[in-house]
Design a protein around this ligand. Structure first.
Ligand SMILES: Nc1ncnc2c1ncn2[C@@H]1O[C@H](COP(=O)(O)OP(=O)(O)OP(=O)(O)O)[C@@H](O)[C@H]1O
Ligand SMILES: [Mg+2]
Length: 243
């Protein structure tokens, strides 16, 4: 069994009187693509924020790379792509990447090489000098992804990365994720998209802040005797939008 990359034990998050995460226990192995799947509002973003060390949960423990979170040194080894793009609209694409790269502490020469690589990966080389305010939604998502991978993180957390991205590019991005995993990155991805769920090595299906099911997509489908993860959700009493 591969080494654990992220371990959550009895994690809970409460906002006011609302219990958003209830008793979450999970282990994510290194070198895995781990998908978090569930309907809108079920707590996916809250969960990945706790993994990234941005949110300290109300209760429970979060360990990443063997350290208790939040931990600044570990946070520097994480790439986090938020659900809503945190980009500077009045800067160009490449200027945004220069800014985020400087935040990661990359040296100028390394940063330039990292930017070229990341722009190529997300197919934004041509548009790199245009202002982000002129980008489409999908272009902004792709630029956010480029920003998250500049420092070659050990762990890449992607919150709904392919929203607004066409199927061809979506496939390319998944290929890039597989390449990163082959080089030792662990990827955590939240999604609503069922065909993306099938691309993950391991899945965590959640609803109302609780874990419904975990396992490989194949094992989960087999357990419920169905051909798609969507059918599993239906059987579990929840219909998730298919894209
Ligand atoms: N800062 C906050 N204060 C109060 N409530 C919050 C806060 N952040 C999230 N919530 C609530 O927690 C619940 C889970 O939110 P979260 O964003 O984690 O869901 P999600 O699964 O990512 O949804 P989506 O698929 O729409 O992105 C929601 O009911 C949301 O309104
Ligand atoms: Mg979310």
């Amino acid at each position: 069994m591969a080494e654990a990359c992220i371990v959550m034990q009895q994690v809970q998050q409460v906002y006011g009187k609302k219990q958003v995460l209830s008793d979450i226990n999970l282990t994510i192995e290194q070198g895995c693509i781990y998908g978090i799947l569930g309907p809108s509002g079920c707590g996916k973003t809250t969960l990945v924020k706790a993994m990234a060390g941005i949110l300290e949960p109300t209760a429970g423990s979060v360990q990443v790379l063997g350290e208790a979170m939040p931990n600044l040194a570990v946070m520097n080894r994480i790439g986090y792509m938020t659900q809503s793009d945190a980009l500077y609209q009045n800067l160009s694409g490449v200027e945004n990447l220069e800014f985020f790269g400087a935040l990661y502490g990359l040296k100028k020469k390394d940063l330039q090489a990292a930017i070229v690589r990341a722009l190529d990966l997300v197919k934004l080389t041509e548009a790199q000098h245009n202002l982000v305010s002129s980008y489409s939604g999908g272009m902004k998502r792709r630029l956010s992804l480029a920003a998250a991978i500049l420092h070659q993180p050990r762990i890449l957390i992607l919150d709904e990365p392919t929203v607004g991205i066409d199927p061809v590019l979506r496939r390319q991005i998944w290929q890039a994720l597989y390449d990163m995993v082959a080089h030792g990155t662990t990827v955590i991805v939240t999604t609503h998209v069922m065909d993306e769920a099938d691309r993950c090595f391991q899945l965590m299906m959640m609803r109302d802040g609780m874990v419904l099911e975990t396992g490989s997509p194949e094992a989960i489908k087999k357990k419920y005797g169905v051909g798609t993860i969507e059918e599993v959700f239906v059987m579990l009493g929840e219909v998730v939008q298919s894209s």
